[in-house]
Design a protein around this ligand. Structure first.
Ligand SMILES: N[C@@H](CCC(=O)N[C@@H](CS)C(=O)NCC(=O)O)C(=O)O
Length: 201
């Protein structure tokens, strides 16, 4: 059975929990307190971070790598596009989002960041989301009408907007409606830890 070492408020671990629940197979989630990391975690992940996935002799880290593995191991419902060209485009989008948007989520999770750094990250997230917001006036999900890995990758950030102190401006309205679509999925509801439930009133 797959075992996921998961931070109870970690947005990257949250991504993997969403995929596990979307797939509906057997798995075990081991809650990790990121403020006192278990010693064996550094052995499993040289960067000493969660999430980490263990299945028999396979140990994986990095949320997107873990999620692609789960998607290939349990193909239903498929979260990466089946067509190689679309799949490559989805991977490129994940990479671009990682560099331009989720890098700021990492800053917002950093307890040691200064107010100036945090404020700059908040503005950068709001600006990136404002840029992609018009897409959701035309389509239900990031890649079109089907829920995919791109939606998984962004959902934990959208859940945390208020928690991170990101100002909700009017151009963000289509994103907020899209976010509600993601939050109403049963797998998303099941993926939430008590810490995450407490992030939104
Ligand atoms: N790029 C990694 C980021 C993982 C990450 O930043 N995890 C944080 C918790 S959210 C962590 O374990 N930090 C180590 C620490 O707090 O000591 C991924 O996508 O999995």
């Amino acid at each position: 059975m797959m075992k996921l070492y998961s931070g109870t408020s970690c947005p990257f671990s949250h991504r993997c929990r969403i995929v596990l629940f979307e797939k509906g197979m057997d798995f075990e989630i081991l809650d990790v307190d990121t403020h006192s990391m278990p010693e064996d975690l550094a052995v499993m992940n040289p960067y000493n971070e969660v999430p980490v996935l263990v299945e028999r002799d396979l140990t994986l880290y990095e949320s997107n790598i873990i999620n692609e593995y789960i998607d290939e191991r349990f193909p239903h419902p498929q979260l990466m596009p089946a067509d190689p060209v679309m799949r490559a485009r989805a991977r490129l989008m994940l990479f671009n989002f990682e560099r331009e948007l989720f890098v700021h989520m990492k800053t917002l999770e950093d307890g040691a960041a200064t107010k100036k750094t945090l404020d700059a990250a908040r503005v950068a997230v709001r600006d990136s989301l404002t840029q992609i917001a018009p897409l959701f006036a035309k389509q239900k999900f990031m890649l079109g009408e089907e829920f995919s890995m791109l939606d998984v990758a962004i959902a934990p950030l959208l859940w945390r907007l208020e928690h991170y102190g990101i100002e909700m401006t009017k151009p963000l309205v289509p994103i907020l409606k899209y976010a509600e679509r993601l939050f109403s999925r049963q797998a998303f509801i099941d993926s939430l830890t008590p810490n995450e439930k407490a992030m939104r009133k």
